[in-house]
Design a protein around this ligand. Sequence first.
Ligand code: E4P
Length: 217
Amino acid sequence: MKFFADTAEIEPIKELAATGLLDGVTTNPSLIHKSGRDFMEVTKEICGIVDGPVSAEVVALDHATMMKEAEVLRKIADNVCIKVPLTVDGLKTCKALSDDGTMVNVTLCFSANQALLAAKAGASFISPFVGRHDDNGFDGMDLISDIRLIYDNYDFDTEILVASVRHVTHVLESAKIGADVMTAPPKVILALFKHVLTDKGIEGFLKDWEATGQSIV
Ligand code: E4P
């Protein structure tokens, strides 16, 4: 499963990229606002840190303006992935851009039928929002299972990008279901490394090693 960082903050992206385990980045207008940075500038900087897809979202609601915005965004770097909302105009834009060889991430997906439409429109990624789904009394992971089943039934190439990830259990469940990608805030990705018994084990080994009086280097 690929790991994308869901942030527009440069430092955590650099920290995660240095692990060699970061496959891409997703941003949205709220994350750009939170970063306090200029959209074009920060997107270009992120594209220079990671080799994989960096999602940059259009903000227009109509197809013609979405296409104009996409034209500007895709010139930022070769690894920019245009993010469009799951609306009629968003999917028209997805189809036009995909036919033209541009990577597209269809966002704000809350049903398996919407995911089916995005795959038919040639999306590179579909972003079902599991956390927001849970917040509204549904089971976000059921949505991922349904999309996996449908995409496998028809051999769609669209990758399932689990979004709105809130905790490590979302990551575990996504991997068990066979999602292609998950995007999470850096703190959730860093939490995946942690286990109290790992820390305790290191502490015990180091104490005993010190008692031997030896050194490796
Ligand atoms: C990513 O592509 C989404 O925009 C993001 O995961 C949404 O997360 P949130 O529900 O925590 O805002």
